[in-house]
Design a protein around this ligand. Structure first.
Ligand code: ADP
Ligand code: 5GP
Length: 206
């Protein structure tokens, strides 16, 4: 736990069990393609909810409030920490990100499966409370390709991309902590691999 980002995560020791729906946690270094993969999964798998995170970062071009993220102020975020509103939260690249406890608990209780796109700090906190969560790590084929994808996405400047690559190298060391790892090389193959992991846990529930 020597990653400087982990020390900033909250410690929340409620113990909960996913007794109805499944929680699927997807993590990856920025630019590896988890947003693209999550969208593909939501289009293809019925009855799968996406946990829209809250963040204090500014929206990127094309991002919509309530769909990609709920964009909130730092004051609002910190108030929600005080009021125990987060199932998990973390500071990532100078911004706060959090998952609503209320959304997760209500959706699981209603029997829904949920897809969470969160980082390693958040993964540890969710597993601490929802022990049965299924964790999947998405890998880029290489750091060079990751760099190309970040460039082609066109949302980050040169310095930010360099920082994301440096953090990516550290994050990829957490890969073995996850139950499943998928390499996002050819998109259609990665989508099929992710669907097969998800379907394995959903079999028999529908
Ligand atoms: P993340 O959410 O992990 O930061 P994105 O889903 O935004 O990553 O993907 C980063 C960029 O890479 C986007 O421009 C996306 O279109 C592209 N991309 C994602 N997966 C692939 C793939 N398998 N092959 C080529 N480009 C991809
Ligand atoms: P981005 O700003 O590029 O959308 O996301 C940056 C990082 O924050 C990614 O690693 C993403 O998985 C992570 N992230 C997004 N939402 C959450 C969240 O609610 N909680 C945590 N812990 N990480 C999140």
């Amino acid at each position: 736990m020597n990653d400087h980002r982990i020390s900033k995560a909250c410690s929340n020791h409620k113990e909960k069990i996913c007794c109805n729906g499944n929680l699927f946690i997807i993590s990856a270094p920025s630019g590896a393609g988890k947003t693209t993969l999550c969208k593909a999964i939501l289009d293809r798998i019925p009855n799968m909810l996406y946990s829209v995170s809250y963040t204090t970062r500014k929206p990127r071009n094309g991002e919509q409030n309530g769909i990609d993220y709920y964009f909130i102020t730092e004051d609002d975020f910190k108030n929600r920490i005080k009021n125990n509103k987060w199932a998990e939260w973390a500071k990532v690249y100078d911004n706060y990100y959090g998952t609503s406890s209320e959304f997760i608990d209500a959706s699981l209780a209603a029997g829904s499966d949920i897809l969470l796109d969160i980082d390693f700090q958040g993964t540890l906190q969710i597993l601490d409370q929802y022990h049965d969560s299924i964790t999947v790590f998405i890998m880029p084929p290489s750091l060079d390709i990751l760099k190309l994808r970040l460039k082609s996405r066109g949302t980050d400047n040169k310095d930010t991309i360099a920082r994301r690559i440096a953090v990516a190298e550290k994050e990829m060391k957490n890969k073995n902590f996850y139950r499943h790892a998928i390499i996002n090389d050819k998109l259609s193959v990665a989508v099929a691999d992710l669907i097969s992991v998800i379907e394995k846990y959903r079999t028999g529930r529908e």
